[in-house]
Design a protein around this ligand. Structure first.
Ligand code: HEM
Length: 147
């Protein structure tokens, strides 16, 4: 099982204490779709994703980002059961949605950019390190059902 130090737990809790659950997930997903445009193909039912303005103004992108962030927030509050808690999502992303798992890592990268912009100097290197470890565990859990 992954070991979390008290400092790591505090850092992860502080990050998620400052996250805006309504908007930050949509911002991160929007950034993913702009920076890595080939990820748009998974969201063909979402309507127009033709440019940055369309992506950020797309209500389905925002709503979906909110769902993703809710799952991450839940994981952040249950660090010791991430693998089991994300098993069903791993199964659906692998077998129903056919998402290339490399995109999980990319989502982590854009989410870090969103956090850095939002948290500024409080997103210290140590806080980022704890967040990166958290996200690596999430990616590992989401990748678990890929065979
Ligand atoms: C659906 C979580 C990354 C593509 C979902 C749902 C959740 C979720 C909670 C909704 C499941 C449901 O309604 O039952 C996550 C988490 C991620 C992640 C925690 C963390 C990295 C990604 C990435 C992509 C992706 C990187 C694609 C590039 C999708 C798609 C759906 C979905 C296409 C279905 C959307 C729809 O048609 O409503 N994900 N996801 N996910 N996810 Fe992810």
């Amino acid at each position: 099982m992954v070991h979390w130090t008290a400092e790591e737990k505090a850092a992860i809790a502080s990050v998620f204490g400052k996250v805006d659950l309504e908007h930050d997930g949509g911002d991160a997903l929007g950034r993913l779709l702009v920076v890595y445009p080939w990820t748009q193909r998974y969201f063909s039912s979402f309507g127009s994703l033709s440019n940055e303005t369309a992506i950020y103004g797309n209500a389905k992108v925002q709503a979906h980002g909110k769902k993703v962030l809710a799952a991450l927030n839940n994981a952040a509050h249950h660090l010791d059961t991430i693998k089991a808690d994300l098993r069903d999502l791993s199964y659906s992303h692998a077998n129903t949605l056919h998402i290339d798992p490399e995109n999980f890592r990319r989502f982590g990268e854009v989410f870090v950019i969103v956090l850095a912009g939002k948290l500024g100097s409080s997103f210290t290197p140590s806080v980022q390190a704890a967040f990166e470890k958290f996200f690596a565990v999430v990616v590992d859990a989401l990748s678990h059902e890929y065979h």
